[in-house]
Design a protein around this ligand. Structure first.
Ligand SMILES: *Cc1c(COP(=O)(O)O)cnc(C)c1O
Length: 357
């Protein structure tokens, strides 16, 4: 606290990101990064970038990236918004759309940045409990609202909704915006992007951080009806004209065009996820069905906090949330097959798992 802080700063509860350890000997399965490098085309775009150009400002419209994304999704450039990571796109979305008289509706268990933004912008919100199996029932989102936001697949549970469920929500909820955060959609769920041309009340947000292996570049985007995109542009241009630097633009353009590499690496992660789920089941874990690059899992006898500490002591980082209802689960990022073998081998050495035989 400081007497120089604005009053509102005292009341903030910032998001706490997963740890980024300095020690390189650690197996990092805690922040859902991709274990594979970015597309070789993205690497080449950075390596070959004419560095003298960095003295100029980057394109405030990010036209080349917007056009590449529009081509990728068979949309038009006016349907695409880009930002400095999807976290920034989300922050601008909350500011642009959710400050209304009714509360924002969101799942009780979901990406924990959403309530942080509500707190930042003074947005009233209502958390809707998940079902017992950690699924979202969109029929529960049926009251007057400032908007509805959820992640699909959801985080940290990994469960996905069917496109038909989302479409039915768009048909019922016509007076406010529905935002679908698809950070993990490329690992086996169905995207709502195909609804963009038929519904003006849906905004889909995606990121280069997970399925495109570019978390360090900080590139995210939203697609939706042109009037929604225009609203985001107004807020963005009232905040930061140049949120993407030239290297971020060049590398993400190259990455979105390299479909073969994208399909190869996402499929490898899906295969490794299935292997890991089976291996964990043999050790006594019960895992929520996942369409993401992580598993949300709980051991039948050993507490999640204990296992997280044990793994950490053995240089394997996984994520544990101390929030009631999910505090006996671990969220484990899918790494390479070798990393997952190491995870399983380490868990096998836990005294309580050994004694189960
Ligand atoms: C990782 C993640 C994000 C943030 O992604 P960035 O583009 O790296 O900012 C947004 N939403 C969810 C649900 C995520 O898991």
């Amino acid at each position: 606290m400081s007497k120089y802080w604005s009053e509102a700063v005292n009341g903030l509860t910032p998001y706490v990101p997963g740890e980024q350890p300095k020690d390189t000997g650690i197996t990092k399965l805690n922040t859902n990064e991709n274990p594979y490098p970015p597309s070789p085309a993205a690497e080449a775009a950075i390596r070959d970038f004419p560095l003298d150009r960095l003295r100029l400002y980057s394109d405030p419209d990010c036209a080349e990236l917007k056009q590449a994304l529009a081509d990728h999704f068979s949309l038009e450039k006016k349907n695409v918004f880009v930002g400095n990571g999807s976290d920034e796109v989300l922050a601008l979305t909350f500011m642009a759309f959710f400050r209304q008289e009714h509360p924002l509706l969101l799942p009780e268990t979901t990406y924990s940045f959403y309530d942080v933004y509500c707190n930042l912008y003074d947005i009233e919100y209502k958390q809707i409990p998940l079902c017992d199996d950690f699924s979202i029932d969109l029929n529960d989102y049926a009251e007057p609202n400032a908007g509805i936001i959820f992640a699909n697949p959801n985080a940290p549970t990994g469960r996905a909704l069917a496109l038909s469920e989302i479409e039915a929500l768009l048909q019922r909820n016509t007076e406010s915006l529905v935002v679908v955060d698809e950070a993990y959609v490329d690992f086996g769920a169905t995207s709502a992007v195909e609804l963009i041309n038929r519904y003006d009340n849906v905004l889909v947000i995606q990121t280069f951080s997970k399925s495109r292996s570019l978390a360090g570049m900080r590139v995210g985007y939203a697609v939706g009806h042109e009037d929604l995109i225009a609203g985001l542009e107004r807020v963005k241009n009232s905040f930061n004209s140049y949120p993407l630097d030239m290297l971020a633009i060049a590398s993400s353009v190259a990455a979105i065009k390299d479909d073969a590499y994208f399909r190869e690496t996402t499929q490898k992660i899906i295969d490794t996820r299935e292997w890991t789920e089976k291996a964990l089941a043999e050790l006594g874990f019960v895992t929520v069905p996942s369409k993401t690059n992580f598993l949300f899992t709980s051991h039948r006898y050993v507490e999640a906090a204990e296992l997280m500490g044990f793994l950490r002591a053995n240089k394997v980082l996984v994520r544990h949330f101390s929030k009631p209802g999910i505090d006996n689960h671990l969220r484990i990022t899918i790494g390479t097959p070798e990393e997952m073998q190491l995870l399983v081998d380490t868990l096998k050495r836990h005294p309580d798992i050994i004694s189960m035989g």
